[in-house]
Design a protein around this ligand. Structure first.
Ligand SMILES: [Ca+2]
Length: 461
């Protein structure tokens, strides 16, 4: 109460908002982690992982327990986050297309922020498009430290005398960006860590920062419940022979090898957490933390040997589910540390960032702003289902589409002949162990789910 009174007195003297009565536009930072599994965070229930700074974001903000990606692969999901569009609209990952449609960039959130006068920055793995796209990006931000592909073949460059890990480098760049910001101009910074994505084909795929190497020594990190031979045997044969199994053989076919992978993966998460902590501290020191919105997410889910598979791509929960935390310091105390059940999607990121900054959302965006949900005012027509699609690298990853409702999931392997379908009751079977598609009791439901799938395929173009 005292603070409110003081604020009233100060503002009546024109001290808080000397120029106008309009509220200052907030700054925005979007932290994106690569291939971070939905529950590999302390705030998501993992007792072994160390993520104190990310957990603090959850304690200060809103954690979305039902956040999903509409396509579980880096480049498509990132394009979705930039554009607020499903893959079949932005085209990245569709028919193996890698470039965004010509002119599409102008309708992305970073372009919109820049056009509105925000200082914009991009750091880390850009991950969308090839050389042409990267060239265009060099002048698309005020501060550009984007990297093509996976953001480097290795996490620690062999010729770097400092042996600096990429994660720490991105943290340094974020602090440099913040140092370059001037009072009076709001900013929008996107930091896309290339951790905790594997360095595919490297002898040590998840090399941690040397400071974190060995931090889980002597600790047994349990594999997910579904990391069983039985779960693998239930998969369609073409999934058993897919890239997911190839990578399982790289990482999880021996218990000791699996522990090494998990130790490194968890150490990489800690490295990301450390940089987020440094950036939040810098915001506080600069006195802008109270006017900076923080968004934290992962670009796709991640199988750590679930169903005898590794990596992402498919329409199972471990593939499509990701963490999402939003901290808006302007929200009241009652909206801090909230665990929100509303269904959120990667298509919502762009409209949400824009809306939180008070900017208009381009009509070409298909996601919805989470702003009312954040404020505890979920609209009555908020989604209760969504459409999933994955078409990339079809020779090694069977193309799949799905419809997930709050209770049911319908999976359709679209290139299988004859077509293969799966149906799961997530209420009684949250791990998707019992495919009930052939159960005659579900005939009407199956018909309804097929119709939804058909409809979404048209609607999301
Ligand atoms: Ca990824």
């Amino acid at each position: 109460m005292l603070r409110i009174l003081l604020a009233l007195i100060l503002s009546s003297f024109g001290i808080l908002h000397p120029a106008s009565a309009a509220p200052a536009r907030p700054n925005v930072i979007f932290f994106l982690v690569d291939d971070l599994r939905w529950n590999a965070l302390g705030c998501m229930g993992d007792k072994i992982v160390k993520s104190p700074n990310i957990d603090r974001l959850a304690a200060r903000g809103v954690l979305f327990e039902n956040m999903f990606v509409t396509t579980s692969i880096c480049w498509s999901s990132r394009a979705t986050m930039f554009t607020g569009q499903w893959m079949r609209r932005h085209g990245v990952g569709l028919n193996d297309g890698k470039e965004m449609h010509v002119g599409a960039w102008a309708q992305t959130y970073p372009a919109q922020f820049r056009a509105a006068g925000f200082r914009t920055g991009f750091i880390g793995k850009f991950g969308v498009g090839g050389n042409k796209q990267m060239k265009e990006m060099e002048t698309a931000f005020d501060y550009w430290k984007g990297l093509p592909g996976q953001g480097g073949k290795l996490f620690i460059e062999p010729d770097d005398p400092k042996h600096q890990h990429k994660t720490a480098l991105f943290g340094d760049q974020a602090l440099e960006f913040l140092d370059g910001c001037k009072t009076g101009q709001p900013f929008c910074l996107s930091i896309s860590f290339n951790a905790v994505h594997a360095r595919d084909h490297e002898p040590r795929e998840y090399t941690p920062d040397t400071r974190d190497d060995g931090m889980f020594d002597g600790i047994n990190i349990p594999l997910p419940k579904l990391a069983t031979e039985e779960a693998f045997k239930r998969l369609p044969e073409f999934v058993q022979k897919s890239e997911g199994r190839t990578r399982w053989l790289w990482r999880f076919d021996e218990p000791q090898k699996a522990q090494g992978i998990l130790h490194d993966y968890y150490s990489l998460i800690y490295g990301v957490d450390r940089e987020i902590g440094r950036i939040v501290e810098a915001l506080e020191k600069k006195g802008v933390a109270d006017n900076t919105v923080l968004v934290f997410a992962s670009d796709n889910g991640y199988a750590l040997a679930d169903r005898g598979l590794a990596d992402k791509w498919f329409a199972y929960e471990e593939d499509m589910r990701v963490p999402l935390i939003i901290v808006d310091p302007r929200l009241p105390e009652s909206r801090r540390g909230v665990r929100e059940k509303a269904m959120a999607l990667n298509v919502d990121i762009a409209p949400t960032l824009l809306d939180l900054a008070g900017l208009p959302v381009p009509s070409v965006m298909q996601g919805r702003s989470l702003k009312p949900v954040l404020a505890g005012q979920k609209p009555a027509d908020w989604r209760t289902e969504f459409f999933y699609e994955h078409h990339a690298v079809p020779n090694r990853i069977p193309p799949v589409e799905a419809v997930r409702t709050e209770r049911w999931k319908y999976i359709r392997w679209i290139k299988a002949e004859p077509v293969v379908e799966e149906l799961y009751d997530l209420q009684s079977d949250p791990l998707e162990e019992k495919n009930v598609v052939a159960d005659s009791a579900n005939a009407a439901l199956l018909k309804e789910m097929r119709e939804k799938w058909e409809r979404y395929r048209q609607e999301k173009e």
